[in-house]
Design a protein around this ligand. Structure first.
Ligand code: PHE
Length: 454
């Protein structure tokens, strides 16, 4: 089915690295470590993995099936499958990618700026007020804007090279380096004196912390980190050959993503504890920008070899952010190329213009536009909430319902078995199908209902 002359990924490894690149991003570096530490350590990881296997991976496989079956972008896919009226599902997904990129490219810009600063050895003063420095930077009108523009230009540049020489080549190199860097950082972190307290804080299971919130956090995190409901898995799936075992790729991507997130936690939290103990202060762990752009520079400034570690860390942050933004950007490129008939270079330019507008607004919403509020949130936070809580969740639910209840079971099974070339026992495929049809939609519905009611 679909367009046979379209570009495809060249190798299995390339597919894995592109998928892992999309999944591994800011969510792994600044949200997972904090969520894990706050919500019961290893107990949280157990719940997280359970939900990932029961709900998130089946959802991922759904996107993958639609992409691979049609070899098309999220919007055209619905028409190719014979349901042009359901194009709106694809449009929600593409729109959610634009909203996420809006704030993601701003943070990517901050990462570029902090990488430049770390190379200039600016994180060398333990007494500097890194909170002031960060807030001064993000609230100024021009400087963060320039970095946002640069970050998105880097993203566009990678996708301009196309699937094989752009996305695949870039992901293979960058992801391999990223794994090496994060492992080096984890080794440095756990060998600091006093690191063991941090390791305990991160990993010792505490089941008493598992409540409704922890469970919702776990599911929300796994959705964001796998980029579900934004068309990115669908579009990468559409570049995968018909022989590839998509269930395996989905499981492997999720496992790599989780392992990376845990290693990132080990690279960050014990270091924060160790340096705090040396300085005789309480460790301060928080989520989001505060951790990465305030706490960590402070830690680097008073840690042995901290200046080098700072450079490695911000390279890792930038790499992780870039490979994720590339997948979102490509979701939009593919829409312009296939649904609007543009050449790749024109599509890239169009995507750039469409994404830089929310990017600029999000950047300014930290400073001069900070008094513009939507439901009490500035535009940056609003786009974050809108994409994660409304757009991605509803796109996922609709895609699951589509695959489980509207698509023919034979077609779904045909994709799951890669047209019969995978000799998996029937019960395995049936289990995956049941997860797609019943378990995953029920899990998402439960999350939506409890969020509204509680
Ligand atoms: N998974 C990425 C992260 O954890 C973010 C992302 C969202 C990527 C949506 C693709 C699509 O940072």
């Amino acid at each position: 089915m679909g367009n046979v002359t379209r570009e495809k990924f060249a190798t299995k490894f390339g597919v894995m690295m592109a998928m892992a690149g999309s999944a591994i991003g800011l969510g792994n570096m600044w949200r997972f470590p904090y969520l894990t530490a706050e919500n019961g350590g290893a107990a949280f990881i157990v719940i997280y993995l359970f939900l990932m296997f029961a709900v998130s991976i089946p959802t991922m496989i759904t996107e993958y099936i639609i992409g691979r079956r049609t070899h098309a972008n999220a919007v055209s896919a619905m028409t190719i499958l014979g349901f042009p009226k359901l194009k709106f599902i694809g449009l929600i997904a593409v729109f959610s990618a634009i909203c996420i990129l809006g704030f993601y490219c701003v943070v990517g810009g901050w990462a570029v700026k902090y990488l430049v600063d770390s190379v200039l050895f600016k994180f060398d003063s333990p007494t500097a007020d890194y909170s002031d420095i960060f807030n001064g930077f993000i609230t100024s009108p021009l400087r963060p804007l320039i970095y946002t523009i640069i970050f998105l230009a880097l993203t566009a540049f990678v996708t301009k090279g196309g699937v094989r020489s752009g996305i695949e080549k870039f992901s293979k190199i960058i992801m391999s380096l990223l794994f090496v860097i994060i492992i080096l950082m984890a080794i440095r972190s756990v060998t600091l004196p006093g690191a063991s307290e941090g390791l305990k804080y991160l990993l010792v299971p505490d089941f008493s912390k598992i409540n409704g919130d922890a469970i919702r956090n776990a599911l929300g995190q796994s959705f964001f980190t796998l980029g579900l409901g934004s068309g990115t898995i669908l579009i990468y799936g559409s570049y995968v050959s018909d022989k590839e075992n998509l269930t395996n790729t989905a499981y492997l991507t999720s496992i790599l993503d989780t392992v990376f997130a845990i290693v990132a936690g080990i690279a960050i939290i014990p270091a924060v504890f160790a340096v705090a103990a040396t300085n005789g202060i309480a460790p301060e762990i928080n989520a989001g920008p505060g951790l990465v752009f305030i706490t960590l520079p402070n830690i680097f400034s008073s840690m042995p070899m901290g200046q080098i570690i700072a450079i490695l860390f911000f390279i890792a942050l930038l790499f992780a952010a870039l490979t994720s933004s590339v997948s979102m950007f490509e979701s939009l490129n593919a829409f312009y190329m296939e649904s609007r008939g543009l050449k790749r270079s024109k599509a890239v330019l169009r995507s750039y213009i469409i994404c830089i507008i929310p990017g600029i607004i999000c950047s300014l919403s930290q400073g001069i536009l900070s008094n513009i509020k939507i439901i009490g949130l500035n535009i940056f936070d609003f786009l974050d909430k809108l994409s994660a809580n409304v757009l991605m969740t509803s796109a996922c639910l609709l895609l699951l319902i589509f695959t489980g209840w509207i698509m023919k079971k034979d077609d779904v099974m045909d994709e799951l078995s890669s047209h019969g070339s995978i000799k998996a026992p029937r019960w395995v495929l049936n289990t995956v199908y049941a997860l797609i049809k019943y378990v995953a939609p029920a899990g998402i519905l439960a999350m939506i209902i409890t969020t509204i009611l509680l």
